[in-house]
Design a protein around this ligand. Structure first.
Ligand code: NAG
Length: 240
């Protein structure tokens, strides 16, 4: 009897963990980063929706099969105004946690859809909502294509003045997308530009693409910016 129960527990454990992925966040920046995690509407939130990551430290989070969501890094966070607030990537909750809340643009995003029943994971890095800091993703193990993705470059350094976001000390802390800055249909891929056939790279999106060729630079950037891997864990690195 007891052996039977133990066997069932073991079996349940094996199956629940079978296709789960571990995300390991590491901060290699010379400054503190506050990570944010936002689950898609049909996915359960991860154990942490926001956490502080001191320089040189790592934190791991598990996600179940089929999970989808996004990750980003917040910079310049403090409670000096009374509530927790960040210079970039703020999620607007007034706390370190971001339950159900995404990043204020501009923010470099890493997006995931994990496979179900042993299927492929899809992941990409997106600058569609602009850029705030270098952020990369690298599969660990897994089978299939499994290419690293990310935007390891300092896009703030090449950001044109009309897209630049400056911090309290006047330094460039983020680079807006042209859609965010100007709201024009050709930059946002809306209206007459609402399809891959009509929404083309622009002089602004090419600045992002040249700096980070593996990341989406606008909404209908070519599909080669999405990567696949099966059964992997993922290393997510700020300032790789
Ligand atoms: C991009 O093109 C627009 C419109 O043609 C122009 O006003 C702007 O100065 C250009 N910006 C850059 C960074 O090339």
């Amino acid at each position: 009897m007891e052996t039977g129960v133990l066997f069932l527990i073991l079996l349940a454990h094996l199956f629940s963990g079978a296709y789960c992925a571990t995300f390991t966040f590491t901060n290699k920046c010379t400054y503190t980063v506050w990570a944010g995690t936002l689950s898609g509407s049909s996915s359960t939130p991860l154990a942490q929706t926001g956490f502080q990551l001191d320089q040189g430290t790592s934190t791991s989070l598990d996600a179940p099969a089929g999970w989808s969501g996004r990750f980003w890094g917040r910079t310049g966070c403090s409670t000096s105004t009374g509530t927790f607030k960040c210079v970039t990537g703020d999620c607007g909750t007034g706390t370190i946690a971001c339950p159900g809340a995404g990043a204020a643009p501009p923010a470099t995003l890493v997006e995931f859809t994990l496979g179900k029943d042993g299927g492929q994971d899809f992941y990409d890095t997106s600058l569609v909502d602009g850029y705030n800091l270098p952020f990369s993703v690298a599969p660990q193990g897994g089978t299939g294509n499994c290419s690293p993705s990310g935007c390891p470059a300092d896009v703030n350094a090449v950001c044109p003045s009309e897209l630049r976001v400056t911090g309290p000390d006047g330094s460039t802390v983020g680079c807006k997308s042209a859609c965010e800055a100007f709201g024009a249909p050709q930059y946002c891929c809306t209206g007459d530009y609402g399809s891959p056939a009509t929404c083309k790279p622009t002089n602004y999106s090419t600045i992002f693409k040249n700096a980070c060729p593996l990341a989406y630079s606008y909404a209908y950037d070519d599909a080669s910016s999405t990567f696949t891997c099966t059964g992997a864990n993922y290393a997510l690195t700020f300032c790789p």
